[in-house]
Design a binder for this molecule. Structure first.
Ligand SMILES: Cc1cc2nc3c(=O)[nH]c(=O)nc-3n(C[C@H](O)[C@H](O)[C@H](O)COP(=O)(O)OP(=O)(O)OC[C@H]3O[C@@H](n4cnc5c(N)ncnc54)[C@H](O)[C@@H]3O)c2cc1C
Length: 145
């Protein structure tokens, strides 16, 4: 969630509309808001500590589902700086075998493939994810053959 325009100490976070790349804090929070005829403030409550904070705000944007959750993968599966899984030519050259990158959708571990949102550089769209899912099937078959 991003509250737009006015300064706020919250890490959750208030930022200029021209500032990109800032991430919301991972602390779970619930929110309220209000104003006279338009949004003027939001109230944030940390659901773990109960701490509350009120911030001036002219706009509110919800950014959901933008963080990968694959910390549990073994380190042999290379990821980018944001935690998305690297495949194909996105894999760093030092991890290529005999100077050849993994096949498209193939990770740094043979037989492990990544498709959809979790894949670095993917489109983050349903059609792309399902298309990649279909595309990877023959690769899995070829690996198992
Ligand atoms: C709010 C929002 C709105 C969106 N609107 C659109 C839109 O309008 N049009 C569009 O094309 N795309 C939209 N997207 C993007 C679209 O939802 C994704 O691109 C698509 O769902 C990606 O599919 P996926 O299979 O890669 O991942 P997901 O759909 O995220 O599926 C991953 C699945 O894996 C499960 N999972 C995660 N970890 C584990 C684990 N350890 N063990 C077992 N299961 C696990 C999850 O529960 C989930 O069911 C939107 C996304 C969001 C968040």
């Amino acid at each position: 969630m991003t509250a737009w325009r006015r300064p706020c100490r919250s890490t959750w976070s208030t930022r200029s509309p021209t500032t990109t790349g800032s991430r919301c804090g991972r602390t779970p929070r619930s929110s309220t808001g209000g104003g006279s005829g338009r949004l003027e403030w939001i109230g944030l409550r940390d659901t773990r500590t109960g701490a509350t904070e009120r911030c001036d705000a002219d706009g509110l944007f919800l950014l959901l589902g933008a963080e990968p959750r694959c910390e549990w993968l073994p380190p042999q599966i290379a990821t980018d700086d944001h935690g998305f899984i690297l495949t194909g030519r996105d894999v760093p050259p030092e991890a290529w075998v005999d100077g050849v990158p993994p096949a498209n959708l193939a990770t740094t571990v043979p037989g492990v493939f990544a498709v959809g949102d979790i894949r670095a550089g993917s489109m983050k769209r349903v059609a792309a994810a399902t298309g990649e899912g279909a595309s990877v099937v023959p690769l899995v078959h070829a690996h198992l053959a």
